[in-house]
Design a protein around this ligand. Structure first.
Ligand SMILES: NC(=O)CC[C@H](N)C(=O)O
Length: 205
């Protein structure tokens, strides 16, 4: 069963719908018993970094997730803000992140010449695979994904970058280290392309 972590942030409903579409058993929960019996976890996310971390703290989810992800090595997929929370922190706030991946999130800063590029990066864009992974298998050549974000992961460990996306700069749009995965885009808003990525996560790892 895939547990979508309920920390009152994001749009878990559309993630659950997509998981059901691919025939994956999924539950939205913040309950320790439910999360502990999941064989995969998804950390959704729409909103501000400090709010996300505060909600995880208020629901006392951080020690449990540390145990499940870092000790039991349960595969977890962080989506958008959910990916940013996997890192050490973000320029968006002052809170510490979960610290499972070695990166911080930084704001898009465009030089004058790029002033046509608006922040947030909002809309469809491609990903360029840099390292093969079961998460990215069988992606169609024309695959594209829906992004809505003003911050992006700036890894201190380049080897965790699975794919990059170009928006003024090339930024890390898919990350992986062992059982920990993150995508900056919204698979649940990316139609058949997002469906394939969630199918890969449900079946792999
Ligand atoms: N859509 C989101 O969740 C955005 C995440 C974060 N606040 C950012 O702007 O990058």
């Amino acid at each position: 069963m895939i547990a979508v972590i309920d920390y009152s942030v994001g749009n878990p409903g559309s993630i659950l719908n997509m998981l059901r579409k691919i025939g994956a058993k999924a539950e939205l929960s913040a309950d320790e018993k439910v999360l502990s019996r999941a064989n995969k976890l998804i950390l959704p996310g729409v909103g501000a970094f400090d709010t996300g971390m505060a909600n995880l703290r208020v629901k006392n989810l951080i020690p449990l997730l540390d145990e499940l992800v870092m000790k039991k090595e349960i595969p977890i997929l962080g989506i958008c803000l959910g990916m940013q929370l996997l890192g050490k922190g973000s320029e968006e706030g002052i809170a510490e992140g979960l610290g499972w991946l070695n990166f911080t999130s930084v704001r898009f800063k465009f030089v004058e010449s790029d002033k046509k590029l608006k922040v947030p990066h909002m809309g469809w864009n491609n990903i360029f695979v840099r390292r093969s992974s079961l998460l990215l298998k069988e992606l169609s050549v024309d695959s594209r994904y829906y992004f809505v974000h003003s911050y992006y992961a700036h890894p201190n460990e380049p080897q965790i970058i699975l794919a990059e996306t170009s928006y003024g700069i090339n930024f890390a749009s898919v990350l992986q280290k062992n059982n920990i995965f993150g995508v900056q885009f919204h698979p649940e808003k990316s139609h058949r392309f997002g469906l394939q990525l969630l199918r890969n996560f449900a079946e792999c790892c």
